[in-house]
Design a protein around this ligand. Sequence first.
Ligand code: PLP
Length: 393
Amino acid sequence: MSEFPVVMPTYGRADVAFERGEGAYLWSTDGRRYLDFGSGVAVTALGHAHPRLVAALQAQAAKLWHTSNLYRVPGQERVARKLVESTFADTVFFCNSGAEAMECTIKTVRKYQYETGHPERWRIICVTGAFHGRTLATLAAGGQEKHLKGFGPAVEGFDHVPYGNLNALRAAIGPETAGILVEPVQGEGGILPAAPEYLRGLRAAADEFGLLLAFDEVQTGIGRTGRLFAHQHAGVTPDVMAAAKGLGGGFPVGACLATAKAAVGMTAGAHGSTFGGNPLAMAAAEAVLEVVTGAGFLDGVAEAAGRLRAGLDRLAAAHSTVVEEVRGLGLMLGLRCRGVANAAVQARLLSAGLLTVAAGDNVVRLLPPLIVGEAEIGEALAILDRTLAEVAP
Ligand SMILES: *Cc1c(COP(=O)(O)O)cnc(C)c1O
């Protein structure tokens, strides 16, 4: 055997492993308790071992795991109906990850133009700082040199303009443009919420030029920002949208939501996935959606978000030498660091028992589970307060 790590070393991992979780807490294999304000990168939306999710998955596990999409999957029909009833969408494709949800989104945009008499329109306007996944097409849509380098020519068909700039976007629309793709709040890029006017301007430009508007809500969706989907704050709707991370509460599942108009070409044979929407994934997603769309749940998220945000604003003022800014929406918040690397702050927070996630633009991301309570927010703020004092120059 070679010395090469048996797990392909594509991640810079912290040297800690977890064996158990409950709510907002995780316990490491060496018995330490951590407060989880990373949620596995916005995935464990209901925290760890939520009784409703555990029961749903256990019940399904004892009945049926997988049948393939050669047959009807009743769980898909139920989850799709729930998503359709709660959003702009008329129809849903199920897959297993955010990147796959984005692949379906991209294919839906291109196929729409092809089917409606514009096969020449296949390019998509994206924005700088975006992140859409790690497949070849989604890397090209993200357009980040650091992710694309070394992997050969980027997949064709993605044009980039500065995020938030409507004039640049409108100027980039050409005869080959099929659609526009943005994250309503950039996640990996550094927790950057789009202005509501910007999202409305994208909708207007898409309508004016016959383009489809696509949102990547893989990170922002499923209640993360205090609404079921972040674009609902701005009062605009896309034609196509990708969701994933929080949707299965930790079980891998992704979804591409579309209007009937946009999905005109997504007929039998146009797209597929062996595992996509299998009964286990649908049991998890159905339980998550029941909880998140339940009476008062999103109001609770907004209330927790307000409390965390107010606390972070106080900390930013008290530690202004290391915190330049607090930004974000709902429970998707970022501390932009100055004079110290975000990775160093994140590592110190980990040592102090608080899990966070680094993002671009020197930001430390706080993505607590949506069920986070007042006491846990207080505990996180206390750890942040001590740690920010320690890292100050
Ligand atoms: C995480 C993420 C993706 C990719 O999701 P994977 O499940 O890792 O493929 C795509 N878009 C956004 C906005 C994300 O945050």
